[in-house]
Write a protein that binds this ligand. Structure first.
Ligand SMILES: [Zn+2]
Length: 118
């Protein structure tokens, strides 16, 4: 199995743009996580100090429901554990939910079960 490495923000954006900012699996729109981080920073810079729930470094469900639900993640069409690599054509846009549901399932199996938004 190939070693995993960090996918650059530049490559992430290329993949998200190619996917039209829609989850490949369910078709829902996704949000670039750094955008929510900057939104939170902006809100804090205005003096707001209460809970915002825009961003959390660990994407916790309780602290950042929007990020947990709509955060864009890079998914591997063919999972690393099944021999998939980091080549661009194996990288797709996914929402955090679908990525968690798919886990390392074969993409043919997962797409057969998934209901895509028309
Ligand atoms: Zn999805």
């Amino acid at each position: 199995m190939a070693a995993r490495h960090v996918i650059s923000k530049k490559l992430q954006i290329e993949v998200f743009r190619r996917g039209r900012w829609l989850c490949h699996w369910c078709g829902r729109p996704v949000i670039f996580a750094p955008a929510l981080k900057y939104l939170e920073r902006f809100a804090r810079s205005t003096g707001f100090s209460g809970p915002l729930a825009y961003h959390h470094a660990h994407w916790t469900r309780r602290d950042t429901p929007l990020l947990d639900y709509m955060g864009a993640v890079i998914d591997h069409r063919e999972a690393h554990s099944k021999g998939g690599n980091d080549a661009t054509d194996n990288l797709i846009t996914a929402c955090c939910k679908c990525n968690a549901l798919k886990s390392d399932a074969k993409w043919e199996v997962f797409t057969a079960k998934q209901q895509r938004i028309p």
